[in-house]
Write a protein of this length. Structure first.
Length: 465
């Protein structure tokens, strides 16, 4: 595994200093607008890019119109994510004409697909910087080059590197997201992630624990440990250790009161992990365990490596040890070759498991993945009809699951003001449910007791007690 070496990091720090000095001599602080698409992995890269920008003396703004630098960190997981980026890039053409000094950068997972990088290179000539997921550490150097009016294109088709030593610009406490591994080895046949993120590689436990201690010292009380499949954490390390062992170590860090993680692949979930979750109070009783589909035939075509029965066994085991656990999932409708009978099996697994919530997607063809070559049998209209039916059915279940919280008292870690009503504060229960309650901003970052007085499909409303 390749960790970026110190000489390279030093070189990048020199570029940071150079740009910082240049920015310092401007009479106005330059502003950056950074927009992130996709999953927590991209959010983490953006936190590091923003950390570097901040070190270079950039400030931040909320719209491209005010910016001197616009950076889109893109996602390739479904077509609609890509279309949004193309739409936004098109709109920037006009802005660049009005303000020629504006720098535009596109990075992230889309760039790791050759045909997309080519398209941006050729059709979006107003883009100054195009760089992939494996060269994020070289951002200061790339920006320096772009600032001297060269178009920069830097894409490495690497197996992936690990990049330490940058201070992330995080959201305010209480929640810090911490990557524990990068990449994916699973090659689910529909998914682009392994192609754009490279092979699985784990950060050392020492680096992870140092970062957890660092955020604890800054006042963060909850950490979310991130990876495409956290259950295979540590297998590639020189001194292998399991994810459960890592979790138990994170539990020992003073100041951190809640620990969550995402995502668990069902094929790799161990008894050791379930035991750690059940026995450690700090580990939140919430598990995101994507099932994707309820039909064995389709699960096999998806290369998910588990059967419906094996999946249900895991759910039984988890609920035996943690009866109140909040379970969530991802589900894909309309995978190539899925019939209406297969879809009914997905409906029945939803009825059997009764998830608290699911993220549901209509299958999106990704160029270069095995599923893109598979025969389809349902029409788009049928897929949409199935999708709508599934969403309605799950909404009923989600509401019924939330009904059980009515009248209960929940410990809520307050995140900040509610987005929809400024008189309300918003936080999460141990199980990760969103709770809104009347309160003031001083409560942010605190653990408070809230009595649930009203129940909605995706959130709870309560009163502080
Ligand atoms: N590593 C995680 C999630 C990765 S992407 C996991 O394995 O669970 C998040 C979700 O996007 C996936 O769980 C899947 O449900 C969905 N997804 C991935 N590729 C897709 C595609 N081509 N079309 C539709 N949904 C997709
Ligand atoms: Fe994609 Fe499967 Fe890897 Fe998740 S486990 S990122 S769905 S290939
Ligand atoms: Fe999207 Fe890349 Fe994440 S494709 S889902 S941002 S790893």
């Amino acid at each position: 595994m390749k960790e970026i070496d110190n000489a390279e990091l030093e070189k990048q720090r020199d570029f940071i200093q150079k740009i910082r000095l240049e920015n310092h001599t401007c009479n106005k602080q330059p502003l950056a607008f950074v927009e992130t698409y996709g999953c927590a992995q991209n959010e983490n890269d953006s936190e590091r890019l923003c950390g570097m920008l901040s070190d270079m003396g950039y400030g931040f703004c909320g719209t491209p119109e005010k910016a001197d630098l616009v950076l889109y960190n893109t996602c390739a997981v479904r077509e609609n994510a890509e279309l949004r980026v193309f739409g936004n890039l098109g709109a920037l053409k006009h802005l660049k004409r009005k303000k020629p000094s504006l720098l535009i950068g596109v990075c992230g997972c889309m760039i790791q697909q050759e045909h997309i990088a080519e398209q941006i290179k050729k059709k979006y000539k107003h883009v100054d910087m195009i760089f992939g997921t494996h060269v994020v550490y070289r951002f200061p150097q790339l920006l320096d080059e772009a600032r001297s009016e060269n178009r920069v294109i830097d894409i490495e088709d690497s197996e992936g590197v690990i990049f330490e030593g940058v201070t992330s610009k995080r959201d305010n406490p209480p929640l810090a997201k911490i990557p524990i591994m990068y990449g994916c080895n699973n090659f689910c046949t529909y998914c682009i992630v392994p192609y754009v993120r490279g092979r699985e590689r784990s950060r050392s436990a020492e680096n992870i624990l140092n970062e957890v201690r660092e955020v604890a010292a800054l006042g963060y009380r909850e950490v979310m440990l991130l990876g495409q499949n956290v259950n295979s954490y540590g297998k590639d390390l020189e001194n292998p250790l399991t994810f459960a062992t890592l979790l138990r170590e994170v539990c020992k860090v003073d100041g951190i009161e809640r620990i969550r993680f995402m995502t668990s692949h069902p094929k790799d979930i161990s008894d050791e992990l379930i035991d750690a979750m059940a026995s450690e109070d700090k580990i939140c009783k919430q598990l995101h365990l994507p099932v994707q589909c309820g039909s064995d035939r389709i699960l096999k075509k998806m290369n998910r490596s588990y059967t419906r029965e094996k999946y249900l066994d895991i759910v039984r085991k988890v609920r035996e040890k943690m009866p109140d656990i909040v379970l969530t999932s991802d589900v894909i409708v309309g995978f190539p070759g899925e019939t209406n009978e297969d879809f009914e099996e997905t409906m029945s697994i939803l009825a059997e498991v009764r998830y608290d919530m699911i993220f549901s997607f209509i299958y999106s063809k990704r160029k270069g993945t095995p599923a893109a070559e598979m025969e389809d049998c349902l029409t788009d209209e049928e897929k949409h009809r199935n999708f709508e039916r599934m969403v309605a059915f799950q909404n009923e279940i989600s509401k019924e699951k939330n009904d059980a919280y009515f009248g209960k008292c929940e410990k809520v870690l307050v995140e900040g003001p509610s987005k929809t009503n400024l008189e309300f504060m918003c936080g999460r229960t141990d199980g990760g449910k969103i709770v809104n309650f009347r309160g003031t901003t001083e409560l942010a970052g605190q653990l408070v007791d809230v009595k649930i007085t009203e129940v909605k499909t995706w959130s709870l409303i309560g009163e502080i007690i």
